[in-house]
Design a protein around this ligand. Sequence first.
Ligand SMILES: Cc1cc2nc3c(=O)[nH]c(=O)nc-3n(C[C@H](O)[C@H](O)[C@H](O)COP(=O)(O)O)c2cc1C
Length: 421
Amino acid sequence: MSEDVAAAWADLPTPERLPVRTMLEEFETVNVLAPLVRCSKLPFRHLVSLYETHVTHTPMILAEEFSRSQQARVSDLTTSADERGVFWMEPRRRPPRVSDTDALDALAALRLADRDPDDGDDPRPPSYPAPTPVRVTKTLHAPRVTSRLPPSPTPPSPDARLVRGALVAQMASPNGASLADAAELLAPHVDGLDINCGCPQRWAYAEGIGCALLRRPELVADMVRCVHGRMGWDWPVSIKIRVDPDLRRTEQLVRTALAAGVSHVTVHGRTRHQASTEPVSLDKLAFAVECVRGEVPTVANGDLWDLADAQRMRAQCGVHGVMAARGLLANPALFAGYDRTPVHAVENFVNLGVDYGFIFSLFHRHLAYMLESHFVKPEKTYFNALSSSVQVVEYLQTRGLDFGARRKVPMWDARRGYSLF
Ligand SMILES: Cc1cc2nc3c(=O)[nH]c(=O)nc-3n(C[C@H](O)[C@H](O)[C@H](O)COP(=O)(O)O)c2cc1C
C-alpha cells in the first residue's frame, strides 16, 4: 500500500451515528433490508451491509416471548459491533416528491375514489389528534469499537458524509406493555424498533399481531406511546404496514400512528390478501405516503429487484427510502448495482456464515436463493440435495469459488470492509 493511500485511510473522519429518521431525511439514497423471518439474521445482514444497504432489520421477533424468556432472546437476536456498514452518503438535494406524471394522475384518481360521499361507512374520526412533536437526537448511544471501513477512503463528492449504517429490531406484539419490555432489553443493541403491522399469516392474525393491527389504529398508537413512555420520546419507533383494500383505513392508521409519534413509516404496497406473486400497487403505496403529509420520512416496499425498480419507486411514490426483501435474498449486492449475485458476495457470505456460525438449513437456503440465477436446472437439483456445509463449500470450490483468496485481501480492498484479521 502506498503512503498516500495509507494516509487517506488514516484521515477518515469518525462515522456519524444517526437515527434512521435522520438518515432518511438528510440523505438522497437510503436503501433498506426488509425484516425477513429466519432470513435477515446476522450473517445475511452483515453481507448486505457490504453492498450499499444502509439500514437492516432483524426478522420479526415476538415481543412477549422475547421479554419473558432468555432462550427466546438468545435465539432471536444476535448482533455484532461490526455488522453495520460504514458508507459515504450524499446529502439530500430536495424533498422527495412524486415526479412521474402518470403516477400523479393515478394518485389524483385514488384521492377522488377514496372520498366517495355515497359511501356511508367512513371509518375516519371527525378530526385527527394533533401530531406529537418528536425530538430527534443526533447520537443514539456511545460508540462501540468497530473495524468497519467505507468502500473507499475518498468521498464520492465534497459534500458526502461518512455515516454508520443502522440496525432496527422488528417486533410483533398484541399489546404495548410487552413491546415496551422488549424495547428496554433491546435498546443497547439496536437503533430502533419497528412494529410489524403486515404479517398476513393466519396464526399471526389469530394472535392479534401483524395484519390484525391494520384495522386497529388506536392499539398501534397505544403501543407506540407505551414504548415512548418507557424509553423516552426520542427513542425511534416505526411501523411497517400493508395497504388496506379500503384506503381510508390506511389513512386512519397512518394519521393515528403519526399522532402517537412514530419516527418513520414503511409501506408494503400489497393488501393483506395479496400474495407476493401479485404485483405491488405503487399507486396505493403513493396514496399511503401522501397520508403522511411529509411529517415523518417514508419507505416503500414491494417488488424491488434492481436499481431501476428503486428509481421507479422513488419517482412514483415520493418516498425517502426503499426497502427490498426477495430482491436482496436473490442478489445481496442489488443496491451496489449488480444485476445478479456477484461471486465475491457468495464468498463473503460463506466466510461470514462460517465465522458467525449459521445453522446449515439457513446457510444452504440463502446460497440456493443467491445462486439461483447462476445455476441450470440439474445444478439446482444437485445443490439442493447437499446436506452439509462441507459439501456445499466443496461444491462451490469445484465451481471456481476461492474462499481462501477472499480472506487474504486487506480489509480496504475493493468495496468489502470485512476482515477478521
Ligand atoms: C422469507 C420472508 C420472510 C418475511 N418475514 C417478514 C417479517 O419478519 N416481517 C415483516 O414485516 N415482513 C416479512 N416479510 C415480508 C417482507 O418484509 C416484504 O414486505 C415482502 O416480501 C414484500 O417485499 P418484496 O416484494 O421486496 O419481497 C417476509 C417475506 C419473506 C419472503
